[in-house]
Design a protein around this ligand. Sequence first.
Ligand code: ZN
Length: 205
Amino acid sequence: MRRADHDDILPIVMCGDPILRQGAGAVGRAALVSPEMVHLIAQMRSTMEAAPGVGLAAPQVGVPLRLAVAYDGPEHWGQVPKADLEARERTLLPFTVMVNPVLTPIEEAGYASFYEGCLSVPGLTGVVKRYRQVTVDAWDETGQPYSRTYTGWAARIAQHEIDHLAGMLYLDRVRARSISTVDLYAQRWAGREPAEAAEALGFEL
Ligand code: ZN
């Protein structure tokens, strides 16, 4: 896939816009390989990279299709304390395109409660309890089906992005009393156990 230039960075739809609350429609196999869709996926990639973010769903750029992109790697970890990376099981997630994804939780692997954020909800972060491990069945950008199991932070990204395709935001799942500005989070809670925030702020993990 070609790397798009910065002319391809799209505006991100902000929370409050009904586009983020409407479910997205399936992508047809023929439409997926059309020049328009190839371009859209390249634009989503450059928009995610520029933000910067670790995931972006098509409704976030105003396109109501079941399509999302994700990537997590060292470029995003500079400001993250090592203890946070380890606790979150945050490891390399190669650039991934999820077309028409279906998510299956692996409940036996348990749950993880951590702060997360969203490019459509700037300036805030909050604790969300997610499945620690999930399987995603989807197509890649060529229409090739895959079934991949993700653990830790990659599983959280997949759950967050696939929620977007159903018109959901992390705000629907967040522990409301955990909500923090990103600045306050960086000053006070980064590098600390979410349990400490839960105790101090009065929410359950
Ligand atoms: Zn989001």
